[in-house]
Write a protein that binds this ligand. Structure first.
Ligand code: LMR
Length: 328
């Protein structure tokens, strides 16, 4: 009787639920490649909490961090196939979907995150969210990580220091061109492999934010990190058109509100996360943090700047100008 009774109760509840038309909540799987204690990880968890609080019984958000479900190179297909309903790949990973987002990869374009945010909030920035809906995907919002730093197993103070080295890059033609411009070799690989590529010496260096460097321990397998702030890693939260259009206008509105709040929350913590991660890296004493003098920085800018011209036709000069104008 002890075994049978709970089974019987469950059966009765299911039977009752089916008869009064109770539908199981829609599951939203949110996949990403970084840890929970990062700006993206925090946004995903906050979204899950808000949905649980306000949309109980209608939606359940499941968060899969650290590439546990899908890696970067599989994520768009996974969204399109409805294996996951949301993801937030970095803008550099959209290269197969749209060429416009390449604007975010241009080296030394945004002077800081304030400029990035200003551009994202502009009409042109907002238009980018829906500029590739013909590919079956919709951007629901921008999410911050931060400015990129250059790390390697040697000191990089001037561009010549990087000549002949191999750098892991995200899969982006702009980023490849950026390293070619300084005589280095770019090796596109998924984020989940970076630590082992660095520790096995398959690549000599990489570029990433303080948050990603610290949370994935890249500083323990690199001797130097140059505080270059030469580019940005930011994200776009995406879903598939099929999934989104299958929802009622009310559900779309409520999910958007929840996501916007989660993004605002995580974005407000992103700067502090970068500063804390930077300090933890310094305190660890594992890698030396290299500062650039004004002249040294100018040399990096000069070496990488020709990349803009290479991608001007893909991105559009007006969009580049708009992004530049966000630097106040
Ligand atoms: C990377 O691949 O280096 C980053 O895009 C990872 C991430 O999602 O922050």
């Amino acid at each position: 009787f002890r075994t049978f009774f709970p089974v019987f109760v469950c059966y009765c509840l299911l039977f009752a639920a089916a008869n009064i038309g109770w539908a199981a909540p829609t599951v939203i799987r949110f996949t990403h490649v970084v840890g929970n204690d990062t700006p993206k990880g925090q946004a995903a968890l906050k979204f899950k909490d808000i949905v649980a609080e306000r949309m109980w019984g209608r939606f359940v958000v499941e968060v899969y961090p650290n590439s546990t479900l899908f890696d970067d190179d599989q994520v768009f297909e996974a969204v399109l196939l409805d294996d996951v309903q949301m993801a937030a790949p970095s803008m550099s990973k959209f290269s197969l979907i749209t060429k416009k987002l390449r604007v975010f990869d241009l080296p030394f374009l945004f002077q800081d995150m304030t400029a990035v945010e200003l551009f994202q909030n502009s009409v042109e920035g907002q238009d980018l969210l829906t500029s590739f809906s013909d590919r079956g995907l919709i951007g629901l919002g921008y999410l911050h990580n931060g400015m990129k730093q250059l790390s390697a197993n040697r000191q990089l103070s001037v561009p010549q220091d990087a000549a002949g080295l191999k750098f892991r890059v995200q899969p982006s033609d702009v980023l490849k061109a950026q390293f070619t411009a300084i005589g280095a070799e770019a090796v596109p690989k998924p984020f989940s492999q970076v630590y082992s590529l660095l520790s096995n010496g398959v690549v000599d260096g990489q570029e990433n934010t303080w948050s990603n460097i610290y949370s994935k321990k890249f500083h323990t397998v690199q001797t130097h990190i140059t505080e270059s702030n030469h580019g940005v890693i930011d994200y776009m939260v995406v879903t598939s058109r099929n999934f989104w259009e299958s929802l009622s206008p009310e559900d779309q509105r409520d999910l958007r509100t929840a996501l916007n709040e989660a993004i605002a929350f995580a974005n407000s913590l992103a700067d502090k996360n970068q500063q804390d991660s930077r300090q933890h890296v310094i305190d660890s004493g594992e890698a030396t943090v290299v500062q650039l003098s004004k002249d040294e920085r100018a040399m990096w800018v000069e070496a990488m700047r020709p990349v803009w011209r290479q991608f001007e036709a893909d991105i559009g000069k007006e969009l580049i100008d708009k992004a530049v104008s966000a630097n106040q």
